[in-house]
Design a protein around this ligand. Structure first.
Ligand SMILES: [Zn+2]
Length: 55
């Protein structure tokens, strides 16, 4: 899938549904701008590593 989750349009989310689900299943990063999450920082526009629980 090309681009970031942040850039996806509603129709593109539907078209790439299984890929989108794979990207958000075990997130390691959150977008600082959009609050989206993904396991790979390449799929967010302003990625930041998720803080450990309690941190
Ligand atoms: Zn973003």
């Amino acid at each position: 899938m090309k681009g970031t989750l942040c850039d996806l349009k509603r129709e593109e989310i539907e078209e790439n549904w299984s890929a989108v689900c794979d990207l958000v299943r075990k997130p390691k990063y959150v977008c600082r701008k959009c609050a989206r999450s993904a396991k790979n920082k390449d799929h967010l526009c302003k990625p930041k590593r998720i803080a450990p629980a309690g941190g």
